[in-house]
Each structure stands twice: as C-alpha cells, then as structure tokens.
Design a binder for this molecule. Sequence first.
Ligand code: KIV
Ligand code: NA
Length: 264
Amino acid sequence: RRKVRTQHLREMKQRGERFAMLTSYDMYTAATFDEAGIPVLLVGDSASNNVYGNETSLPVTVDELIPLVRAVTRSTRYALVVADLPFGSYQASPEQAYLTAVRFMKEADAHCVKLEGGAEMAPQVAKLVQGGIPVMAHIGFTPQSEHTLGGYRVQGRGDASSKVLDDALAMQDAGAFAVVMEMVPGDVAAEVTAKLEIPTIGIGAGNRCDGQVLVWQDMLGLRTGRMPRFVKQYADLHGVMLQAAQAYAADVASGEFPGPEHTF
Ligand code: KIV
Ligand code: NA
C-alpha cells in the first residue's frame, strides 16, 4: 500500500473507482480505519457534537481541533488526513483562512484542510492552494451555516440545483482537489459529479458521487437516537459498550472480577 495523496483520489475518479471516507478524532479509530483501507480520514468539526458534547458544530475552536488532528495523523500510515476548519476561523478573509490552515499543517501535520461554502469561498480556496495547502470543499447543506440556511434541510431542490453546480464549479476553478456535497438530491449530485473533473464525496447525496463520507459514531452505531436518513449503521457499538460496561460493573459488585488470573 502507498500513502494516499490528493491526486490519487482524482485518479480513482478517472478509473471509476468509488472510495470511502470516515471521520476520526482519535488514535484507535484512526489506526483501525487506516488498517481497514479507508483512504481518507476527516477530523471534522463534527467533533464539536461527537467529541466535545456540543449541540452543533458551531462552538468548536481551532485550539480544540488541533490536538485531535495531531492524534489522527500520528496514528495513520496510509490515509489522507483532512482537517476541518471550524466556524469563524476562515470566513473573514483569505488571509485568516491561510493563517488558520497553516496552524493545522504545522502544529498537527494535517495533509490538507476542508472548509464550507461555495463560490463566496473561492478567494479563500485559491489563497490556500497558492500557499501550498490542498483544499477539500464542502457545499450543499453546510452545517456551520445552519442558522442562515434555516435548519437542516436538503439543498439544491428544483431551481436551486443550478446553485449547487455553480458552487461546485467555482470550487474546482479555485483549485479544490475534491468537494463534499451534503444533503443534495441524488440526481443533482450525479450531474455535478459528471461535470466535475475533481472527485465529489457525498453525504446524503445518493450513490452517484465518486466517494462517500459518514461520521464514524453514526456509521458504527455509537450515537443513539434519531439518525439522519442518509446514515447506515454497520454496527451497534452503543449496545456492545453498554453490555460490556454493565457486565464489568456486575462482576466488580459480585467480586467475580478481578479473578485469580488477574491477581499478583
Ligand atoms: O464535520 C464533518 O464530519 C463533516 C462531514 C460530515 C463531511 O464535515
Ligand atoms: Na464539518
């Protein structure tokens, strides 16, 4: 196996090979997903709700994300590690975006960064790419703009489909190496995928994107409660961990653990 580079994703698109991406925020998930051959790991700002306990992605800071990115890059041999730029750390100007992205590259060994937004973020993307930092774009539903978009809703329905395509093309022209499309109708995502040379990565965007991404706690069933329609659960980690924790507590209460084999 070789280290995954941004251009390998474009080559996979040209060969018609779909690829998977998962979030990761710590050592063991990074090492396990890397071992599984997942080519792209995203330290998402979704750490806000999936690590730090916030309700949305908005509160998480650069200082909170950097140690998580560092843990993932240290624990990964092959995967391309993407650092998500959090809300407020890049929107103000291309210079702000560059200085933030440089922190992720220097302090956490990130391989590239991701930021949310379409055509309006083209100056940011161009600045980063000119400065040697590969950028993954993120369009369609962009959670950092939840309050502007009026909640969690599908983007690009009907007449709005042309905005999704325009945003995707603007990101490609600005130099992005890939674009995440979140909660976009499958037909729209398929059209964008066909028109772009760079790979598209869907989440709630149907199966005609070049890649797919999921939040690992959703995919492995660690998170409980109401799940978005686009999530498929491949395991029940919540159930496994709950049972194990209950069995351990019961063994401690009964004196079953530690046994003679655990005792010096
Ligand atoms: O932060 C995140 O997890 C993301 C993916 C869902 C694309 O941005
Ligand atoms: Na994100």
